[in-house]
Design a binder for this molecule. Structure first.
Ligand SMILES: [Ca+2]
Length: 195
């Protein structure tokens, strides 16, 4: 988008009637190019909430209120009855995964736990980031282990720019229900791609 805007802006700038003489056209082109490079640098390095445009999925769905997309609907309401939290069945090693569609540098992840019941279910869950779908993405490198998050509370985990297309939250080595009321993933492009 920035690249397209820069192209149009530069084209319009050099064709503007006020920039009639060639020497002024060249100056305007250089100025436009410099501003574009600055904008692309700033946007490329700014953290954004990547979860707004990810494709979420999970190991199973508990009921009609617990779909995977509820973790990235922008609503951190921790009451499960409000249909803004996820919930799996009582799976062995349940997991939730966000597909960011291309590799990104992940700087931090903010997770909101359920507030109306059983916050301890999230204890021991792991955050995994990487490009592999082996073991449903649960074998990717680990960013953090969640020791505990209070009922209805949110906690931020720092991943220091770990690269990956997939962000997994999964509970290893036990049978459990996995519930997430909001997952915000902050990072930026690992490289420029044309979508
Ligand atoms: Ca939500």
């Amino acid at each position: 988008m920035i690249k397209y805007c820069c192209f149009v802006w530069t084209k319009e700038s050099i064709l503007h009637p006020a920039v009639f003489w060639p020497k002024y056209r060249m100056g305007m082109m250089k100025l436009s190019a410099l501003i574009c490079v600055f904008l692309m640098f700033m946007v490329g390095n700014a953290d954004e909430n990547l979860s707004k445009r990810c494709r979420p999925t999970q190991s199973s769905v508990y009921d009609y209120r617990g779909h995977a997309v509820n973790a990235v609907d922008g609503n951190p309401d921790p009451n499960y009855s409000k249909s803004s939290c996820t919930a799996t069945q009582n799976d062995m090693e349940p997991w939730w995964r966000a597909d960011l569609l291309s590799s990104h540098k992940i700087h931090s992840i903010r997770i909101t736990n359920r507030g109306d019941c059983c916050p301890q279910r999230l204890n021991g869950a792991e955050i995994r980031i990487g490009d592999s779908l082996d073991n449903n993405g649960n074998s990717n490198p680990k960013c953090a282990t969640i020791s505990s998050i209070g009922a209805g509370h949110s906690e931020t985990f720092h991943c220091n720019g770990m690269p990956g297309r997939y962000v997994n939250i999964f509970i290893p080595r036990r049978r459990e229900y996995l519930t997430l009321c909001e997952v915000e993933i902050f990072g930026n492009w690992e490289r420029w791609v044309d979508c």
